[in-house]
Design a protein around this ligand. Structure first.
Ligand code: KG4
Ligand code: ZN
Length: 335
């Protein structure tokens, strides 16, 4: 079965074709970073309009790359949530319409499930069960994963997501958008242990996170410094080290609590090199990640999640759909 995947939940239009026998056939991504950069963050209405402009041309590009035509599409998987409602409606409307026109099944995919399953696109993929750490701009989740659709929430952020804290700290330091990867690059110039930031919520039991205090701590440290280039790098490093260490402490705790030995990390922040180095050093644990280009939003993970849920692909006689700005992972069920 060849599944067309459409991702449009935020500021990236991602399109891919995944073949259940041959694997990933082609994928393309259009990032709206330049569009939103001058506003310092994603402008939802501009995002929706840009998805409208880019989705169909990218589908044609992906079909051409795979040397296929629309008639070769067996099913359509599209992101139906969570995300920006206008952006989600674009992908959902186009996905449903294409499926209806081609008379093939369509499937609404949960964006976070897409991230969660994305490491399974790699060679030597992890096998179930495992603990998943999902770290993106909107979510910080620890999930016990028994199989596709069998997700038990172990912990989550009670305020800012870790990616959001990276972005807000970067903005406060005067870095451009999107701040996460820029702050991470700057941290490489920082002096180790110049500042030590707290590891929030690690000295009490539980698997929830809180990152907004860390962001404030960074802000106060920066304000009280001389604000030289070196200070900027030192604050970036101290923030990143504290965020990474906090995630690692909770991952270790989650693995111990569940008795799992496999940790699967995904979402935009899983591209962070310091995080990977820290998690790779955890004893008796196998850690899996997506390839760097599939850490952030992409169509491949949506096409793949669709293929993994093949049996749930029922034909829709009527092209109706709904988008879900909020859609907790533990509401999903097995295909
Ligand atoms: O998964 P994603 O592309 O979109 C959402 O679903 O939110 O994640 C984007 C987030 C942003 O907050 C971005 O700054 C962060 O991932 N990010 C990073 C890095 N690369 C992306 N954060 C820290 N270090 C990185 N290298
Ligand atoms: Zn995402």
């Amino acid at each position: 079965m060849r599944v067309l995947g459409i991702e449009s939940s935020c500021d990236e239009t991602g399109i891919a074709l995944y073949d259940s026998e041959k694997g990933l056939l082609a994928h393309a991504l259009y990032s709206q970073i330049a569009l939103h950069a001058e506003y310092g963050g994603v402008v939802p209405e501009l995002a929706s309009r840009d998805h409208i402009r880019k989705t169909l041309p990218l589908i044609n590009e992906v079909l051409a790359e795979a040397k296929l035509t629309r008639a070769d599409i067996d099913a359509v998987a599209y992101t139906a949530g969570p995300g920006l409602v206008g952006a989600l409606l674009v992908g959902s409307a186009i996905g449903r319409s294409i499926a209806w026109a081609l008379d093939v099944p369509a499937l609404a995919i949960n964006h976070m499930e897409g991230h969660l399953l994305s490491p399974l696109l790699e060679d030597n993929p992890p096998t179930f069960p495992f603990v998943s750490l999902l770290v993106s701009g909107g979510h910080t989740l620890l999930i016990d994963v028994q199989g596709v659709g069998q997700y038990e929430l172990l912990g989550e952020s009670i305020d800012d997501a870790v990616g959001e804290a990276f972005d807000k700290t970067a903005k406060m330091l005067g870095l451009s958008y999107p701040g996460g990867p820029i702050l991470a690059a700057l941290a490489e110039q920082g002096i180790v242990d110049k500042y030590t930031f707290p590891r929030p919520m690690t000295n009490r039991p539980g698997l929830d996170f809180s990152f907004s205090g860390l962001k404030t701590f960074a802000m106060n440290t920066w304000r009280d410094s001389e604000q030289t280039d070196q200070d900027q790098a030192d604050v970036a490093l101290a923030f990143q080290t504290a965020a990474v260490e906090t995630l690692a402490i909770k991952c270790k705790r989650a693995l111990k609590q569940t008795g799992r030995r496999t940790l699967v990390v995904a979402g935009g922040v899983s591209a962070n090199k310091a995080l990977r180095t820290r998690l790779d050093a955890m004893p008796n644990t196998h850690v899996y990640y997506p390839r760097p280009e599939f850490c952030s939003d992409n169509g491949a993970m949506i096409a793949f999640a669709g293929a993994m849920r093949q049996s749930a692909m029922t034909k829709q006689a009527v092209p109706t759909f709904s988008a879900r700005p909020r859609w907790p992972l533990d509401e999903l069920s097995s295909p």
